[in-house]
Design a binder for this molecule. Structure first.
Ligand code: NDP
Length: 485
């Protein structure tokens, strides 16, 4: 039988009674065991994520089915058949940790590959695009989607007020309001890098890439009415129970790849996060399988403290000029330094499965024992350059140098966030491929929220929908009229 101890390991004789001055007396000041218990309880929470707070995690395996050495030197993309451990975290975006699962929202779809050259995080969503194309808009966008500052209640009028002034959101709004806006479960949705990332090979050639994770369970969705019948934690339960029973969910991993020359001549800006690369121009190529096969043992230690960041890149995989990606390269790692601390990468769920040698030292909680890095890099030299390479002091490896990022214009603001640019064609393409049943759901979902906004916002939104597709605008207008009667 294990003995109950304090956190410093000392056995405890009695955990039911505090020390008091007699049976009916006050507690005394030598109740240090009680103080430890209460003080630690006060500190059980770390700041929840401002976005993607409500999360669901699981471990799994990525199996490469197509060698990608022609495009990338990343070790986990060499040799078909190679397996790499992964950790996946799904999430809702706008709600806090204690919100519900079955809300109409984008779902986070973040995949960490524990490669032999470091962790690669593909921090994506279940939608191929996003609401905005410039990170300068991100805090405003999120404020508009979260609870109203005065009432602390959801306020659809705020959502639509933001979108009415940002037509670049039309494509993602159309996806969010479509049947795909509420997945049946986390297993029944696709994942996308959404961003354009890059690959580079040993010949220093760079290619642009988008990742797609296609659910093998099939797409299944819920209407608002069906979702309202679901328990608040139903998605968490579905995922945990499926994995526990051996019904492992999987996704077929596909990529779109574009050369630098193709990107220069392409009519669509390949780095605009509000746009997809149409499949007929850049067909999906199957490269692997993602399977989730192990539940977390401790939700807080793993799912809550996992620190995904698009800046976790590895040799052979690079960023791109996508402005939203560039903003996230800073913001995600910064969020984890604030939430967890400067040494968050030492935690078991975050540390790489390969040797870690560097000259960063100390800081809060430094020194967690790690099989790959010792504790706080042990007694190793803590400055560079030094004369101790022969003793094992780490040195840079020029063979993993990234080729130059092609940036072709002078820097200035307003070069991109143009209200005149094409914010509508792809939302219209999506509308036109929907069945009549999907269109009916889309219009109903839009009008449910938009009818709560002012007349002027309703009219601006109808104008935007009309630019996507005339029939789309006409039907929203007609449904608003009916809702107003
Ligand atoms: P395709 O006809 O080749 O592909 C259409 C895609 O749309 C499929 O991947 C399908 O996903 C997906 N889709 C179907 N219904 C919805 C929905 N309600 N919400 C989101 N995605 C949906 O067309 P294009 O490549 O020419 O793209 C046309 C439009 O399709 C785009 O403007 C975009 O809105 C949407 N789309 C395109 C993607 C791309 O990467 N090209 C990816 C996802 C959507 P599935 O295979 O899972 O059924």
């Amino acid at each position: 039988m294990n003995k109950l101890t304090t956190a410093n390991g000392a056995p405890i004789a009695d955990d039911d009674n505090s020390i008091s001055a007699g049976e009916r007396g006050s507690l005394t000041f030598d109740n240090y065991r009680l103080f430890e218990k209460l003080a630690h309880f006060n500190r059980e929470r770390i700041p929840e994520r401002v976005v993607h707070a409500r999360g669901y995690g699981a471990h799994g395996t990525f199996t490469l089915t197509k060698d990608l050495s022609a495009f990338s030197m990343a070790d986990f993309l060499q040799n078909a058949g190679r397996k790499t451990d992964v950790f996946v975290r799904f999430s809702t975006v706008a709600g806090g940790q204690d919100s519900g699962d079955f809300v109409r929202d984008v779902r986070g779809f973040a995949v960490r590959f524990y490669t032999q050259q470091g962790n690669f995080d593909m921090v994506g969503n279940n939608t191929p695009v996003f609401f905005i194309r410039d990170p300068a808009k991100f805090p405003d966008f999120i404020h508009s989607q979260k609870k109203d500052p005065a009432t602390n209640l959801p306020n659809p009028a705020n959502h639509w007020e933001f979108w009415a002034s940002n037509p670049q959101s039309m494509h993602q709004v159309t996806i969010l309001m479509s049947d795909r806006g509420i997945p049946f479960s986390l297993r029944h949705m696709n994942g996308y890098s959404s961003h354009t990332l890059s690959l580079w090979n040993k010949a220093d050639e760079r290619y642009w890439i988008k990742w797609h994770f296609k659910t093998d369970q099939g797409i299944r969705t819920l209407t608002n009415e069906e979702a309202a019948q679901k328990p608040a934690d139903g998605m968490q339960r579905d995922l945990v129970e499926a994995i526990a029973s051996g019904d492992f969910p999987s996704w077929t991993v596909k990529v779109q790849i574009m050369s630098e020359a193709q990107a220069r001549d392409y009519a669509i800006n390949p780095f605009d996060l509000t746009k997809v690369w149409p499949h007929q121009d850049f067909p999906l190529e199957e490269i692997g399988k993602l399977e989730l096969n192990r539940n977390v043992e401790n939700y807080f230690a793993e799912t809550e403290q996992v620190a995904f960041s698009p800046s976790n890149l590895v040799p052979g995989i690079g960023a791109s000029p996508d402005k939203m990606l560039q903003g996230r390269l800073f913001a995600y790692a910064d969020a984890h330094r604030y939430r967890i601390g400067a040494n968050h990468q030492q935690l078991p769920v975050n540390r790489p499965q390969c040797p870690v040698h560097h000259y960063q030292r100390d800081g809060a909680m430094a020194g967690i024992e790690c099989p790959y890095g010792g504790h706080n890099q042990s007694s190793k030299v803590n400055f560079y350059p030094n004369d101790r390479a022969s003793e094992g002091a780490p040195v840079p490896d020029p063979s993993v140098a990234e080729p130059p990022m092609p940036l072709e214009e002078q820097a200035w603001t307003k070069a991109y966030d143009s209200r005149d640019s094409d914010n509508y064609s792809q939302a219209g393409d999506l509308y036109r491929l929907m069945s009549e049943e999907q269109k009916l759901q889309l219009i109903g979902n839009i009008v449910g929220g938009l009818s709560q906004a002012s007349d002027s916002i309703q009219q601006r939104m109808v104008a935007h929908f009309t630019q996507c597709d005339e029939d789309y605008g006409r039907r929203v207008q007609a449904a608003l009229k009916t809702a107003g009667i």
